[in-house]
Design a protein around this ligand. Structure first.
Ligand code: MG
Length: 443
């Protein structure tokens, strides 16, 4: 290399970094151009949604005029406890903090209560977390899914809910869903809600004198009934629709194993919560006898309940509710945990759930390779008016609004027109199923 070559080479070396340095400076300027942000105010918004919902939303208002975020603290059964926890404990702690530090706030809020991962604490965390992601997305001018890595699918496939009091009604329900464009359909059976197909009618069966007289669940009856129902449905609709069934934890150990084994020939898309959280070690036995896919975790609130089931590949879908585990941050971490183990997500909805929780799940669903399926939830017209940007389900797919942040809002005046109802049966308690002898059956 002569002197001239060396000079050109030296110039080239000097010239080469100019573009990245300029880009870095621009990026730094853009970042530093954002003024500091603080949470100035917060309010808890409650509404019946014009029906029997018991919805609790958190609105975090920042120091930037017009910039706020909303989140869901949905808990149909401990609603007043969640409201109090938000108003008396979280909000006073949160005011004045920097909303851009989502991960730090999530952790410090989680440890703020010392005892952690309980359902009410998680509802509170979830509301805060969703609102923080809403704020971050709005500030970035992007939907939250863009901040999570962008779309990996065009829309979010959901499963429909059908039931039948008899086999013909179950078949008709599946056929109706298929005609409406649903590819995934959950089928429940019989009278009595979850556990249907396994209930003695009220007053029937051999019972203790003077004891419990309502619907009574019997595990053996259920294990005999349900496989025959699905064999009949399959004989009429074939194997194209992807069918699911929710046991709602009504079975104990070996009966759960036997039901999963008997359902193997009908090739379910998944069998949901065949065991209660207290009995999850039995999933190892299920794996040994059949390939019926297992969807688990609707009532889980602690991440370590899910952990061994995923890492030992004992289940196929995690079923947690986003508002019950800590919001977008927790749901994204759960999806990331599942991905390398080949387990998929099937985030839970449920008839009492709300559009903010649904859309929080949507942002994780649409940006995660570990996505499996999303439970559908749909709302009456007044809710779509109350919560503009509410997700839309068309022919089996959930669509978000694509607006920045979570992409929806709450009309507070309209929400206030429909306050929480006070005439809630038994204070809003979940139904307790019982056996013939009056003992409690897990829900
Ligand atoms: Mg369920």
């Amino acid at each position: 290399m002569n002197r001239i070559q060396r000079r050109h080479f030296g110039k080239a070396l000097l010239a080469a970094p100019v573009i990245p340095v300029a880009a870095e400076q621009q990026a730094r300027q853009r970042a530093s151009g954002l003024p500091p942000l603080t949470i100035n105010d917060a309010k808890v918004i409650t509404t019946s949604g014009g029906g029997r919902y018991r919805w609790v939303f958190l609105k975090l208002i920042t120091s930037e005029p017009g910039l706020y975020g909303i989140g869901s603290a949905n808990n149909n059964y401990q609603t007043e406890a969640v409201i109090t926890a938000l108003e008396k404990h979280l909000i006073p702690w949160l005011i004045g903090k920097d909303p851009s530090r989502i991960e730090d706030l999530w952790n410090s809020a989680n440890y703020r209560t010392y005892w952690r991962y309980g359902p009410v604490n998680n509802n509170v965390l979830s509301a805060m977390d969703m609102a923080l992601w809403d704020i971050k997305g709005k500030r970035a001018g992007m939907p939250v899914y863009e901040l999570l890595g962008g779309k990996v699918r065009d829309a979010v496939p959901c499963y429909d809910h059908r039931g039948g009091r008899d086999k013909e009604e179950a078949v008709a329900g599946v056929q109706k869903s298929m005609a409406e464009g649903w590819r995934y359909i959950r089928v429940q059976y019989g009278e009595g809600g979850y556990g249907g197909g396994g209930f003695y009618p009220a007053g029937k069966g051999e019972r203790p004198e003077g004891g419990y007289s309502g619907l009574a669940f019997d595990e053996d009856m259920y294990v005999s009934t349900i496989p025959a129902v699905f064999e009949y449905v399959r004989s009429k609709v074939g194997f194209e629709p992807k069918l699911c069934h929710d046991v709602h934890s009504h079975l104990s150990g070996i009966n759960a194993v036997e039901l999963a084994r008997r359902l193997n020939p009908v090739q379910l898309f998944f069998l949901e919560d065949v065991l209660a959280p207290e009995q999850i070690d039995w999933y190892r036995n299920i794996r040994k006898v059949c390939a019926t896919p297992q969807a688990v975790g609707e009532v889980f609130s602690h991440p370590y309940e899910t952990l061994p089931l995923v890492t030992e590949r004992l289940i196929d879908f995690t079923r947690c509710r986003v508002a019950a585990i800590g919001g977008v941050t927790a749901a994204k971490k759960l999806a990331n945990l599942c991905e390398p183990f080949g387990v998929k997500t099937a985030f839970q909805e449920g008839g009492e759930n709300d559009p903010v929780n649904q859309i929080a799940a949507y942002h994780v669903d649409i940006s995660s390779p570990a996505f499996g399926i999303q439970e559908e939830n749909h709302f009456p017209p007044v809710v779509h008016e109350m919560i503009p940007g509410c997700g839309q389900i068309r022919r089996g797919y959930l669509y978000g609004s694509d607006k920045p942040g979570l992409g929806l809002d709450i009309d507070e005046k309209l929400a206030a027109k429909y306050p929480l109802r006070t005439d809630v049966p038994r204070g809003g308690a979940y139904r307790t199923d019982r056996a013939l002898d009056g003992s409690v059956v897990r829900p």
